[in-house]
Ligand binder design. Structure first.
Ligand SMILES: Cc1ncc(COP(=O)(O)O)c(C=O)c1O
Length: 462
C-alpha cells in the first residue's frame, strides 16, 4: 500500500461517479500497470481487466510499445494542428479508412475527443441538416430508457437514466424516451416477434404524439449497455430504419461501445444488419491509447453541408488530434493484422456457454449478450424474476459481490442503476483460458453471494 499516494488521492482527487466519502475513508485501488488482459495495482496484485477499462481497452495492455512508437513518431513530426479549416495527413487517412470499414453509405468522419462529444455532434448535425432542408422545427431526439449516451449536457438529455439527468434538468436538448429491448423484463419478452412489434408500435405512437415534424433523430445502441447487454429482437432495427425513413427522422447508431470489435465486427450495425445515417464512436477507436471519438456521417446527411446550403457550427480544439489520429490508424491496423474480430467471433460461443452454465446459481436470473459484451441479471427468485432493490441491491453488489470479485482478482462492473447486473466485457484479445478463469471467479463469487443472501432474509422480505 503506497500510503503517500493514497493520502494524496484522498486529499486531491475527485473521482467520476464515485462515493467520495468511501474514497476518503478507505482509499481506493491504484492501478499501476498492465500486461495482456491483466492490470496490476501498486501492491503488485493482478486483476483480470474484465470490463476492458470501461469497454475501451479492446487490445488489452501489451500493444503500448508498438502504438507508443507510432505516437512518438507523430509527436516528433507534428504534435498538433487543428481540423478547423486546415487538416493533416493522419486525419485524412483515418477518415478514409473509417469510410472503408463502415457500413455502406457512411463516407465521412467528424472527429471529437470522446463519446459524449460524438453524440452531441451528431445532434447538431441532425438539427442543421433538417434546418437546411427547410425543417427547422426538427430538434427532438428519441432515445431509449436506461440507455447511457454520456453526461455532458446535450448527451445527458439523451441518456435515459433519470438519476443522472434529474439533478441537471431542465436540459437544452429536447428528448423523449421509449422502452428498451430487455426481453427478460418486457411483457412480451417470451415471444421476440410480438415484443419487436410492441416496441416498434411504441416508437410510432411516440412520433405521433410528439409530431414527426419536431423530431430530428432517433439514437440507440446496437446492443444497449445500461440495463445489461440488451440484444434487440430480430427485425427491430429494420423496423426502426423503416419508421425513421417514413417520418424523415435520422437514425443514429451509438456505437461508442459496440464498434471496433465488441460485437465481433468493426461496426455493430454490420453485425445486426442495418444502415444508420450516422454512427457515433469513441473508446475502441484507439483501443483507449488516446482519448478520441468521431461521428461518422452518411453522404445524405453531409449533403447540405457539402452543397454549401449550411455550415456546421461546431468545432473542438482536440477533435482530430494528429497524435490521436495516428494512434487510431495503428489500432485499426492491429485489429485487422492480428485477427481481433475473428478472435471475438470464436470466443462468443465460449463466453455464452460458460456464462450460461452459471444459471444453476439461485441468484442468476438472466444471462445475455453477444461478442465480448455480456451481462448477468441478478434476482431474488428465478421463478418470479423478483429483483433486488434498495438496501438489498446495495448490500449484494457493493458489500458482497464487489469484495468477492475484486478479492479473487477480477474487475467487472456491478450496476444497480437498473435491475442489478454484473457486466463482463473482457479485452478482445482474451483467450479461452482467460474466459475460463473469468467464469470460475464469477461462479465462486456468485455462490458466496447467494449463500450470504439466504442468510439475510430481512433484506429480501417482500
Ligand atoms: C453508448 C455510449 N455513448 C456515449 C458514451 C459517452 O462516452 P464518453 O464517456 O467518452 O463521453 C458512452 C460511455 O460509456 C457510451 O457507452
Amino acid at each position: 500500500m503506497d500510503t503517500r499516494l493514497q493520502q494524496n488521492a484522498k486529499e486531491h482527487l475527485m473521482l467520476h461517479f464515485t462515493d467520495m466519502q468511501s474514497l476518503v475513508e478507505q482509499g481506493t485501488t491504484l492501478i499501476d500497470r498492465g500486461e495482456g488482459v491483466f492490470v496490476f495495482d501498486t501492491d503488485g496484485r493482478r486483476y483480470i481487466d474484465g470490463l476492458s477499462g470501461l469497454y475501451c481497452t479492446n487490445l488489452g495492455h501489451s500493444y503500448g510499445e508498438e502504438i507508443g512508437a507510432t505516437a512518438a513518431a507523430q509527436m516528433a513530426r507534428l504534435p498538433f494542428t487543428t481540423n478547423w479549416t486546415v487538416a493533416h495527413p493522419e486525419a485524412v487517412e483515418l477518415a478514409t479508412k473509417l469510410a472503408e470499414l463502415a457500413p455502406e453509405g457512411i463516407e465521412r468522419a467528424f472527429f471529437t475527443s470522446g463519446g459524449a462529444e460524438s453524440v452531441e455532434s451528431a445532434w447538431k448535425l441532425a438539427v442543421q441538416y433538417h434546418a437546411a432542408n427547410g425543417e427547422p422545427a426538427r430538434r427532438k431526439v428519441i432515445a431509449r430508457e436506461d440507455a447511457y449516451h454520456g453526461v455532458t449536457l446535450g448527451a445527458l438529455a439523451m441518456t435515459g437514466l433519470a438519476e443522472c439527468r434529474e439533478p441537471f434538468e431542465p436540459l437544452g436538448v429536447p428528448a423523449v424516451h421509449v422502452a428498451n429491448t430487455s426481453p427478460y423484463r418486457h411483457p412480451e419478452g417470451a415471444d421476440p416477434a410480438r415484443m419487436r412489434d410492441a416496441l416498434l408500435a411504441e416508437v410510432e405512437a411516440t412520433i405521433a404524439r410528439e409530431g414527426a415534424e419536431t423530431i430530428a433523430m432517433l439514437i440507440a445502441e446496437p446492443v444497449q449497455n445500461a440495463g445489461g447487454c440488451l440484444v434487440p429482437p430480430d427485425g427491430y432495427w429494420a423496423g426502426l430504419r423503416e419508421i425513421c425513413d417514413r417520418h424523415g427522422i435520422l437514425l443514429v447508431s451509438d456505437e461508442v461501445i459496440c464498434a471496433f470489435g465488441r460485437l465481433g465486427t468493426f461496426f455493430g450495425a454490420d453485425r445486426l444488419g442495418y444502415k444508420p445515417d450516422m454512427i457515433t464512436v469513441a473508446k475502441g477507436l484507439t483501443g483507449a491509447h488516446f482519448p478520441m471519438g468521431a461521428v461518422l456521417i452518411s453522404e445524405r446527411v453531409a449533403e447540405p453541408f457539402i452543397e454549401g446550403r449550411t455550415m456546421y457550427m461546431h468545432g473542438i480544439t482536440f477533435g482530430g488530434h494528429p497524435v490521436g489520429a495516428a494512434i487510431a490508424r495503428k489500432t485499426l491496423e492491429i485489429y485487422e493484422r492480428d485477427g481481433v474480430m475473428e478472435n471475438v467471433m470464436a470466443n462468443e460461443s465460449i463466453l455464452r456457454g460458460s456464462l450460461n452454465a452459471l444459471r444453476d446459481i439461485p441468484i442468476v436470473g438472466d444471462v445475455r449478450g453477444m461478442g465480448h459484451f455480456w451481462a448477468i441479471e441478478l434476482v431474488r427468485d428465478q421463478e418470479s424474476k423478483l429483483t433486488f432493490e434498495g438496501p438489498a441491491a446495495e448490500w449484494l453488489l457493493k458489500d458482497v459481490l464487489s469484495a468477492e470479485l475484486w478479492g479473487r482478482g477480477m474487475i467487472c462492473r456491478l450496476d444497480d442503476r437498473t435491475e442489478p447486473i454484473v457486466q463482463i466485457a473482457p479485452p478482445l484479445v482474451s483467450d479461452a483460458e482467460t474466459i475460463g478463469e473469468i467464469a470460475q471467479i464469477l461462479r465462486e463469487a456468485l455462490e458466496v453471494a447467494a449463500e450470504r443472501m439466504s442468510e439475510r432474509p430481512e433484506l429480501t422480505a417482500a
